[in-house]
Design a protein around this ligand. Sequence first.
Ligand code: PA5
Length: 444
Amino acid sequence: MALKLNEKYLNGFINDEELGAMKPELEKAIATVVNRDGEGNDFLGWVDLPVDYDKEEFNAIVKAAEKIKNSCDVFVVIGIGGSYLGARAAIEFIKSPLYNNMKKDTPDIYFAGNGLSGTALEELLAICEGKDICVNVISKSGTTTEPAIAFRVFRDLLEKKYGEEGAKERIFATTDKARGSLKTLSDEKGYQTFVVPDDVGGRYSVLTAVGLLPIAVAGCDIQALMDGAAKAREELLGKADCDCAKYALLRNYFHRGGKAIEILACYHSFFTMTSEWWKQLYGESEGKDGKGIYPASVIFSTDLHSMGQFIQAGTRNLFETVVDVKDTGSSIKVPDDAANLDGLNFIAGESLDKVNHYAFQATALAHNDGGVPNIVLELDAKDEANYGYLIYFFELACAISGYMLGVNPFNQPGVEDYKKNMYALLGKPGNEARRAELLARLAD
Ligand code: PA5
């Protein structure tokens, strides 16, 4: 199990002297993480999480997952941002993006409260009709509007369907250990609760109950996931000569050379939500103080037919990071066709994964020719252990990269601005002056 950085598609894009000159900065950033003496150092709980987690709670998660599996057809996971993306990403990667449509002995899993679309909520309610439901409401602060609204709707549904007592057995809350309205409500109602540790921010929380409970309900081996992350920690933490550090270094190197955008690419649709998780991780960690690399993503070869033109020949401010999954477990081959009207018999009998790999090599060389460097991260296999490794790799690289960039990788002050405006426009008490100012601007 491992994630290896392949430099083949960086040929001609790196000046060794310039890169070498950045090494002291890299070492300083690594030391800042290890010594816990940088900005945001009270949010470094994720660093030791793979080896230093609450075993009692871990067992309670496994037990709750079994209970949920045995008592519902539909499991609704309510949360937004870091309280949603990691779980969905892991389930889609390890199981399938079509998980809900697969034959399985685990419940369908739907995600709610990650937006304010009434249509999305109504559609989910329609799907839930006549089904047995369990709910996991996840909010570290316990006060985020989007999940709070969705939870009102589902709490009401469950209480009407099962009564207060019955609903209590079907609602699981993941939140702060002591603070916030969700914690207060959960204690009042008697829901089973799981903890988001104080020192783990939302986007770094996938290996806490935030991610682990939904991932376990999907039938994934969460112990293997933690073991994979622990292996990454052992191999990468504090090391300046490892691939994780190299990835952080290269990102900053390209950024300083004028590359404003990093595109995360993968050749499998099971990676789509992992890219969304990665975008939040890097976007929220680095995009501040007028700085940061804009994190974008594509799924190839699909997006070669939409974004391929731009990447090949548009504004030259891009670099790509390609996650190359080595063993996907797929064995489907291109069929032989006697008529050969499409002229594809020359690849009849080849596995689709092999064809896909040629697509990757062909694309990487073409993009190189178009002036786009490709960092390639080779992941051994599509399983829990490798995914745990990947999570830790990206989290650690993000922290190092953020410190190299000169930002606090663990806060997100900018996220508050839309909230303040929204509360004011909605007429939340205490926001009268802002409301008047915004209404005047909107009336112009
Ligand atoms: O990374 C973060 O901190 C955010 O994305 C939060 O996870 C997100 O805003 C949800 O917050 P909460 O879990 O408090 O509801």
